[in-house]
Write a protein that binds this ligand. Structure first.
Ligand SMILES: [Zn+2]
Length: 240
């Protein structure tokens, strides 16, 4: 009797663990899911800034309200020791680097502007995640980088005047970024071209609010309707 009991207890424990204590297993998590790693000591202030502003949470909320992902993509804020923010298809993780803020603070002045630039980065990386989710025919090349930029513009323009301000701040930060002569393998367009592309979409989407951009953006491509329609066509399977 006691021997059977001893055998039974581990079996019951294993079964309960497997079955979640008798409850049916829940659906697999899906959608963009923010998470924070402990920062390196040097990044502590940057981590506090991201948490206080809830930038990963706010971007994830906006993305999840717009799109229904078939699986979970983690938005992980972490110290990257200068590697730079990115999307990793192996782990399905957007890595938003605390240490990026050191560089951003050299390009813009106010906390509001830093938050705007980081939000554009979040949406750019979400664009890469969506290229992966949708299996779009890019190969991590310049065309994919341009598409990720136009996805960031789309998300910010969808938010109305506040998003437009963030897009304009990010564009102006790109315009102030010196080209990196040592990084010939960078697939991104040169910073000046990224700035011009953002301003082109911004003026195309809201010409009255950004009338001062008319001269700088005349004849620019892709136009706002081209960029918006390309993404909304590709996103169709995920749209809520
Ligand atoms: Zn990119």
């Amino acid at each position: 009797m006691s021997r059977r009991w001893k055998t039974l207890v581990p079996c019951v424990s294993v079964l309960l663990a497997l079955a979640g204590c008798g409850a049916p297993p829940g659906p697999a998590p899906r959608g963009f899911a923010p998470r924070y790693e402990e920062p390196a000591a040097a990044d502590a202030a940057h981590a506090r800034f991201l948490r206080a502003r809830r930038l990963p949470e706010r971007a994830a909320d906006a993305l999840n309200a717009y799109l229904d992902l078939p699986y979970q993509v983690t938005v992980l804020a972490r110290s990257c020791a200068g590697e730079g923010s990115g999307y990793d298809p192996e782990t399905r993780r957007i890595e938003l680097c605390y240490d990026d803020l050191t560089q951003e603070r050299e390009l813009v002045t106010t906390d509001e502007e830093v938050a705007d630039v980081m939000t554009e980065t979040l949406y750019h990386e979400a664009g890469h995640a969506l290229v992966d989710v949708l299996d779009l025919p890019y190969g991590g090349d310049r065309a994919e980088e341009d598409a990720a930029d136009s996805f960031a513009a789309l998300m910010l323009i969808r938010e109305g005047p506040d998003g437009e301000r963030a897009l304009r701040t990010a564009a102006e930060a790109y315009a102030r970024t010196p080209p990196d002569p040592d990084d010939g393998r960078d697939e991104h367009a040169p910073p000046a071209a990224r700035a011009a592309a953002h301003l082109c979409l911004l003026h195309g989407a809201a010409p009255e609010r950004h009338a001062d951009l008319a001269d700088r953006t005349r004849g620019c491509t892709p136009t706002w309707p081209q960029a918006r329609d390309a993404w909304t066509h590709d996103l169709a399977p995920l749209l809520r």
